[in-house]
Design a protein around this ligand. Structure first.
Ligand SMILES: Cc1cc2nc3c(=O)[nH]c(=O)nc-3n(C[C@H](O)[C@H](O)[C@H](O)COP(=O)(O)O)c2cc1C
Length: 344
């Protein structure tokens, strides 16, 4: 079933149910423009049902890693046009993952303090720097939050101009949208914080506004209710996620995607469920699971209706010809971190 054609909604039919998971590679040029190398890299993988691009910045202030691409400048739109054209020419489809790091952005990239729902810093060192610590972010004013929603919409329109088939809002992994959803990172007392209902407002406004601008069929969101990176779970967060998923049911978006490195664990605070089971339980639309799937476990999850789509990450870095190998029953090359040094 994994490799069969799949109609996702009225607008999109995929060649198979494999998503290429978003994978940050840090190979954009110094103006955060994707290069021809990046176009070739995605084109080589265009036989997956849907590529989700590496996380792509909606705003310069959202940057937390070196050479990650943006979708806020004319040059970036042009750069992405080369990528989407290369993918489409090979019969593939590609969404743009819209990203803002919030409090885990850093002034080493942005020359300004990061922005976040509240002035609460994360501990530890900024990745890919020698010893830089995370900074205490500027707490966004209500007016600034509303402006940020507009920036997401602007980025989504840019993505469509760049030829993407849709967008996936990066609401997972402790970045800005996730920071609004969590008690530990959202201490606001305005309409964007203070209760579950208010903490989901930012995410919902971003989803609704983008869906209104480019179509719900082309709008997706990635979420990680299990809080596994860049922030910690606080009792009650799961209620916020339940509420959000229930609200998303009504918006008829393209899909909800689990952000996870491994979907093998259960969490007491998610009702002793795996994160994928938690989402599947509350969300009734298309669901893309992710995290440590082999071709066999992916196929089985689809057959058991545990998910509608399966995102594959590291195996697709190691095997550009993943789909071909799975069809022919060939062994997959094992992923290794060293592979990140080169864009193959
Ligand atoms: C090198 C690398 C970069 C990643 N970059 C992103 C990213 O940009 N956005 C995102 O949502 N997840 C990112 N992830 C997480 C993956 O999308 C995926 O959830 C994870 O690799 C687990 O899937 P897998 O077991 O099939 O690799 C990244 C993972 C890796 C290994």
């Amino acid at each position: 079933m994994l490799l069969k054609k799949h109609q996702l909604n009225k607008t999109l039919t995929l060649n198979n149910r494999v998503l290429m998971a978003p994978l940050t590679r840090c190979f954009a040029d110094d103006n955060l423009v994707p290069t021809k190398l990046i176009a070739d890299y995605y084109a080589r993988r265009s036989d997956v049902g849907l590529i989700v691009s590496e996380a792509t910045l909606i705003d310069p202030l959202g940057q937390g890693y070196p050479n990650t691409p943006g979708i806020f400048s004319k040059a970036q739109i042009k750069g992405w046009q080369t990528v989407t054209k290369a993918v489409h020419e090979k019969g593939g489809k590609i969404f743009c993952q819209l990203w803002h790091c919030g409090r885990v952005a850093h002034s080493v990239y942005t020359q300004q303090l990061p922005v976040a729902p509240s002035a609460v810093s994360w501990h530890g060192h900024v990745p890919r720097t020698k010893d830089l610590e995370y900074e205490t972010p500027h707490s966004l004013t209500t007016k600034e939050v509303k402006k940020l929603v507009k920036k997401y919409v602007h980025a989504a329109r840019n993505a469509i101009e760049a030829g993407f088939d849709g967008v996936e809002i990066h609401g997972a992994n402790g970045y800005l949208v996730d920071q609004f959803l969590r008690k530990a990172t959202n201490k606001r007392t305005d309409k964007f914080g203070g209760s579950s209902k208010k903490r989901i407002r930012f995410a919902l406004q971003v989803v609704k506004s983008i869906a209104a601008a480019i179509g719900a069929d082309r709008t997706a969101i990635r979420l990680s209710p299990q809080a596994y990176v860049h922030l910690e779970y606080t009792k009650g967060d799961e209620k916020t996620y339940k509420k959000l998923l229930k609200k998303l049911n009504k918006l008829k978006i393209c899909y909800v995607h689990l952000g996870a490195f491994s979907d093998h664990y259960t969490f007491d605070y998610l009702g002793r469920r795996k994160a994928s089971e938690f989402i599947r339980h509350y969300y009734k639309g298309n669901f893309a699971s992710c995290g440590g799937y082999s071709p066999e476990s992916a196929n089985s999850a689809i057959e058991k209706k545990q998910a509608d789509l399966i995102a594959i990450g590291r195996p697709l870095i190691a095997n550009p010809d993943y789909i071909e190998k799975v069809i022919q029953g060939k062994n997959l090359k094992e992923y290794h971190m060293d592979m990140l040094g080169k864009l193959e």
